[in-house]
Write a protein that binds this ligand. Structure first.
Ligand code: ZN
Ligand code: ZN
Length: 337
């Protein structure tokens, strides 16, 4: 099969992914082989490719927002059938036995594996994945539109959950950084009745899309919104935004850090967290998050904006992502409808 393989992390401008022929994987007893139709491109892929996340394999195929079709089954692959359309996300497998798995927090599993980092991902024509961690996808989403839901969407959903808001109607939510996750989160929050305030640095693309999707106010990344916010989520990997976002929070407000990696957070005055303001990160997701999000996204329905690239152009897609040049989400189109 064809795949984009990373052998040595390097700045994306050096085009570290190589488009090559590799052996098509075979599913183990509890796995399925999936023919990839589309694979979303996420900032985490950029962190893997550039080495912000330390390598877990000598060579790896990135990609963890996969939409495809089951094309072979292991001997014990549960209820899936050949031809089923499925989604595969970042969390590849958990141990099921550690204290986190046993307390409903499998996203924090001590021995978790991740697609596109500790195992080969979806920048390829085929992927194998454990059947228990594969999602069925609502019929309303086409392949390309479904791909960004599988990371930006699911992590965005978990970020909303961790924002700790019980009554969303009239709640004031801030979003810092308006890429794949942000443009899904605003749709979910608006459908729940929240007012959304968006701070993002790309006026042409991101600010226009935020306005189109119903933001109450849109400003630059460092602007302070006109009202105090009940919660904010930072999706940009920029630690300097933490004190900026804290300035915009109401008393008792929650600041959620939605990325897997962030540049150092500068020191700030205690007054920015006093009055019971809170900061917490988001790490991965549980399978329940994924299923709940996909059901809610189908009900709304969420509409993703995608910019497509060919599989062999994965480096270009990641460069565009790094330079804030994507409106919505980037998706590799492999064999999609
Ligand atoms: Zn575990
Ligand atoms: Zn991701």
């Amino acid at each position: 099969m064809k795949a984009c393989v990373l052998s040595a992390p390097a700045p994306i401008d050096r085009r570290p992914l190589k488009y090559v022929e590799v052996e098509t994987p075979a599913p183990a007893h509890d796995e399925v082989l999936v023919r990839v139709r589309a694979c979303g491109v996420c900032r985490t892929d950029l962190h893997v490719v550039e080495g912000d996340l330390p390598s877990r394999l000598p060579a790896v195929i990135p990609g963890h927002q996969i939409v495809g079709e089951v094309s072979a089954l292991g001997s014990d692959a549960g209820t899936l059938a050949l031809g089923d359309r499925v989604g595969i996300a970042w969390l590849r497998r958990t141990c099921g036995a550690c204290r986190f798995c046993l307390s409903g927090r499998e996203n924090l599993c001590e021995r978790a594996e991740f697609n596109g980092w500790s195992a080969h991902g979806g920048f390829a024509e085929y992927i194998v994945a454990p059947a228990d961690f594969v999602y069925s996808l609502p019929a309303g989403f086409q392949d390309l539109q479904a791909a960004p839901l599988l990371c930006g969407g699911i992590i965005g959903y978990r970020s909303l959950h961790l924002a700790g808001i019980e009554n969303w109607s009239g709640a004031r939510l801030g979003i810092y950084g308006f890429g794949a996750a942000g443009h899904v989160v605003i749709q979910v929050a608006r459908a729940r009745g929240a007012e959304v305030y968006v701070c993002t640095r790309d006026r042409a693309r991101h600010q226009a899309l935020a306005t189109e999707l119903g933001a109450s106010w849109v400003g630059d990344a460092r602007d302070v919104p006109p009202v105090r916010l009940d919660a904010s989520i930072i999706f940009a990997p920029a630690g300097e935004l933490v004190p900026v976002a804290l300035k915009g929070l109401a008393k008792g407000g929650m600041l959620v850090l939605g990325g897997i990696h962030m540049s150092p957070i500068p020191s700030f005055d205690y007054s920015l967290v006093y009055h019971e303001r809170m900061i917490r990160s988001v790490a991965n997701n549980t399978r329940a998050d994924g299923r709940e999000f996909l059901a809610e996204a189908a009900r709304i329905p969420v509409r993703t904006h995608v910019q497509t690239f060919r599989l062999e152009d994965a480096n270009e897609a990641l460069m565009a992502l790094q330079h804030d040049a994507i409106k919505g989400a980037a998706v590799l189109m492999i064999d999609s409808n």
